[in-house]
Design a protein around this ligand. Sequence first.
Ligand code: PQ2
Ligand code: NAD
Length: 224
Amino acid sequence: MNSSYLPIMLKGNTVTAIVIGGGVVAERKVKSLLKAGAAVRVVSPKLTAWLTEQWTRERITCLLRPYQAGDVRDAHLVYAATDQVSINAKIVDEANRAHIPVNRADQGDMGTFLSPSVLSRGNLVIAVSTLGAGPLAAVQITKELQHQYGPEYEHYLDILSLIRSTVKQHEPDIQKRRKLLQAALNMDLMQYVRSEQFKMWDESDVLRWMKHNNDGRTYIKEID
Ligand SMILES: C[C@@]1(CC(=O)O)C2=NC(=C\c3[nH]c(c(CCC(=O)O)c3CC(=O)O)Cc3[nH]c(c(CC(=O)O)c3CCC(=O)O)/C=C3\N/C(=C\2)[C@@H](CCC(=O)O)[C@]3(C)CC(=O)O)/[C@H]1CCC(=O)O
Ligand SMILES: NC(=O)c1ccc[n+]([C@@H]2O[C@H](COP(=O)([O-])OP(=O)(O)OC[C@H]3O[C@@H](n4cnc5c(N)ncnc54)[C@H](O)[C@@H]3O)[C@@H](O)[C@H]2O)c1
């Protein structure tokens, strides 16, 4: 695959996606779309049991019929995930004419975007793509990263995020703000998160930490 790709993070709850096809690949795409909060429409004469259940529970809408021209109308993202090469080609063609980004399951490079393999740890999201060179290699690399970036990263980023918002709210001086945010990165928060004495910080912990950090040094132990 020679094309260059632009990795972006798209806010799921702003997206209406249309997934055409109702097999295992469509199911996987719908799972990630729902997880991100997207509105999902499926068009397919047949559905997996899981997709049928989502439809029954009104988590997705569904047209139980083959794709027809015009189906991609009003969508922000299109997934061509049928097992029919000629149908997937028609869907991509229609989406391109309507200027809607389209993912093609059977020939990835013929679409305009690809789905990466994803590792999520709260606010840390690691998306891995081989750009179609080896989807299973992307899955394998993601599995390796799971060990390197364990569940503790979720707490780590939660604390960093709380420090950032509290510092922004309580420290008007830009220079001091920067110093504090740098100090937050320099202190060994990760070691603290992994330690026995770890407890999630609240705003008062951050304010205490800020008081101790006016000189830009770190005193994580002192606030325990
Ligand atoms: C990562 C993941 C995300 C997702 O789909 O959400 C994903 N494929 C996954 C699984 C998977 N894919 C395949 C198998 C069967 C084993 C095998 O054959 O190798 C399995 C395993 C399984 O199904 O369990 C086969 C396959 N995949 C593609 C083709 C057609 C082609 O080559 O173009 C064929 C041959 C089909 C055929 O036989 O005709 C195409 C694409 N698959 C991509 C993504 C995009 C490139 C990503 C990249 O390279 O980084 C791209 C280009 C388009 C796209 O789909 O966006 C997801 C793992 C989710 C996870 O667990 O993390
Ligand atoms: N991208 C990937 O990760 C990946 C992985 C495996 C396979 N694939 C490819 O993706 C395609 C789909 O794989 P699958 O395992 O989901 O197949 P599947 O056989 O499980 O499902 C195919 C679905 O397409 C629907 N369909 C058929 N004709 C249709 C039409 N005209 N309009 C709407 N829906 C229609 C069927 O009803 C069925 O629900 C295959 O062609 C395969 O080559 C892609």
